[in-house]
Design a protein around this ligand. Structure first.
Ligand SMILES: Cc1ncc(COP(=O)(O)O)c(C=O)c1O
Length: 273
């Protein structure tokens, strides 16, 4: 693992390097990205950096110097052999007073790069009993304020699942704690619209471009009729769901398997689609 913070490469990535009054640390005032590395090359980096900028803007943080972020990525990848890896980019409000108000210091920009492993082809998903607020100011923004996701994922782990499913305040399907959801009804591949409050996932966007998908908002109960369900996210790529709560499904089903195959082909064709 290698880390870079505000222009400096850290000799030891496990050593403390962020100020204790950093607004990202004290109140979760920050945004982040997770980028997959394939054969030592970041995948879909342009899209991830664009979303980082959008997230920062949604929080009212200053414009991110994306050239600087790219230099941080290069610095953390140097000297590592990464057949598969994960780049984590974090931008916070920087050193600030001990409250919700921001200080005048520059943002903290950090990059950490580490090896990663593929996800299992299928998994169990558990519905989280508390709603995702699709009307909140942070809906669909990739902020470091992810404690709600932490609690939801812990709930899923308690019932033997590896991902939690959020339903929004309207009772419609939304997303997972770190993934977007796709499902098949009557042979049609569907996913919630961005109005559901889900993150505009990079993986989701590519699947919509590469496969025949209908974006639609529907009550979560539609999953009782779904023949297949899959999750999509960076590094996870396309992952079949073999169980949702008490319901066992065939996985990966034919539509999921086709999406997996398309993903593998298209990912190999271009590192920055
Ligand atoms: C809440 C949430 N939804 C969806 C996703 C999937 O997004 P992406 O495909 O860009 O990784 C993520 C990524 O971690 C996420 O945190």
């Amino acid at each position: 693992m290698r880390a870079w913070i505000n222009g400096q490469t850290l000799a030891d990535a496990s050593q403390p390097a962020i100020g204790v009054t950093d607004h990202g640390f004290t109140v979760g005032d920050g945004v982040f990205e997770a980028v997959k590395v394939v054969d030592n090359v970041p995948f879909a980096l342009t899209r991830h950096l664009a979303r980082l900028q959008t997230s920062a803007s949604a929080l009212g943080l200053p414009e991110v110097d994306l050239g600087e972020v790219r230099r941080g990525i290069e610095a953390t990848m140097a000297g590592q052999d990464l057949p598969m890896g994960r780049i984590r980019i974090t931008v916070t409000g920087g050193i600030a007073p001990l409250g919700s108000g921001r200080g005048d210091d520059p943002c903290t920009v950090a990059v950490v790069t580490a090896p990663a492993k593929p996800y299992p082809a299928t998994t169990k998903l558990a519905t989280f009993p508390y709603p995702r607020n699709e009307r909140g100011v942070l809906a669909g923004v990739k902020t470091t304020s992810y404690a709600e996701n932490v609690v939801a994922l812990a709930h899923a782990a308690e019932v033997g699942a590896t991902e939690a499913l959020f339903v929004n305040t309207a009772g419609n399907l939304c997303e997972g704690t770190g993934s977007n959801i796709f499902y098949v009804v009557d042979g049609e591949l569907r996913t919630p619209t961005l109005a559901s409050g889900c993150l505009a996932g990079v993986t989701r966007a590519l699947i919509i471009e590469w496969c025949d998908v209908r974006e639609v908002d529907e009550p979560a109960g539609v999953l009782a009729e779904a023949d297949e369900i899959f999750l999509a996210s960076t590094i996870r790529d396309v992952q079949g769901v073999h169980q949702l709560d008490d319901r066992v499904l065939p996985a990966p089903g034919p539509v999921t398997a086709a999406a997996m195959a398309t993903w593998a082909t298209r990912e190999a064709e271009s590192p920055d689609p």
